[in-house]
Write a protein of this length. Structure first.
Length: 280
């Protein structure tokens, strides 16, 4: 169980640290390497930190309890986006700073966006339909491809608590798999649900991220082409159940296991038929 300390009384500034993640630095496409260079050049008074998968795991092991580490490891490795979601919340709660997705950047210095008394910045999508998920009780999704927060912020504590519970209670028959699972369990829907009810009582400031110069995507190609195993294409459960519960064949996941196996069989059958046609 994570024990959250209450934020120290008084103003806690947002540290001048830019955080990004990528599975392995050596595999970064050149346009992402160039984006990282531009971020550093545009923000000379800031530290820049890039975390590989091994760095993320090490940070959680060194800064959080065993239960939190197990939850992180329980997220299937093919769901790199979900691991990155959970990691960014844990990272910024501990260190603070500015987190940007690896595909994101800025066209202006961060010092021109942040104010001296900022503790947590929040932003909605410029086009309301982009963050409209009435089926999940979310009509104004908060962006979390960027997070700008001071260390120990109470809103981040709420997000970590919500996502941890989501992971423990994950059921593929309810939350689904692939993109739908990530959005609900670790991603922007979970983030929005955790934060929105608490806004009146906790320090924050809304700003229009994209209008102010924070760039959602610098990629010249589709996002699902950057990563070999994009989360939107996954058909397996988000959680490796045995890592969370000592229960390898829980009755509630047996139907999904059968669905997953049938999906793999269908792919095998389709490939076999295709090969036979070529041989004819």
């Amino acid at each position: 169980m994570i024990r959250f300390s209450h934020q120290i009384a008084g103003h806690m500034p947002i540290p001048k640290i830019i955080h990004q993640t990528f599975p392995a630095r050596r595999d970064m496409p050149e346009f992402l390497v160039e984006n990282a260079r531009k971020l550093q050049a545009m923000n000379p008074g800031w530290q820049y930190r890039l975390y590989e998968d091994a760095d993320c795991a090490r940070f959680i092991r060194d800064n959080y309890d065993v239960a939190t580490e197990r939850l992180f490891k329980a997220i299937h490795p093919d769901y790199g986006a979900a691991r990155a979601d959970f990691f960014r919340y844990l990272l910024l709660y501990r260190l603070g700073g500015v987190y940007l997705d690896i595909k994101s950047g800025c066209s202006v210095p961060l010092d021109s966006i942040l104010k001296e008394n900022d503790e947590f910045l929040l932003s909605h999508w410029r086009h309301p339909q982009d963050g409209y998920h009435p089926a999940f009780g979310v009509t104004a999704e908060l962006q979390q491809w960027h997070i700008m927060a001071s260390a120990g912020h109470s809103l981040l504590a709420a997000v970590i608590a919500q996502v941890s519970e989501n992971l423990r209670q994950y059921d593929p028959l309810r939350q689904g798999v692939g993109k739908l699972a990530v959005l609900q369990v670790t991603g922007p829907i979970a983030y929005t649900r955790a934060i929105t009810p608490l806004l009146p009582d906790h320090p924050h400031r809304f700003f229009e991220a994209e209008a102010m110069g924070v760039t959602y995507s610098v990629t010249p190609i589709r996002h699902d082409k950057i990563f070999r195993k994009h989360y939107s294409k996954q058909t397996r459960p988000l959680i490796r159940f045995a890592d969370v519960r000592k229960n390898y064949l829980s009755p509630r996941i047996i139907p999904f296991i059968l669905m997953y196996m049938s999906g793999r069989f269908y792919k095998f059958l389709r490939k076999t038929i295709s090969d036979l046609r070529r041989w004819r």
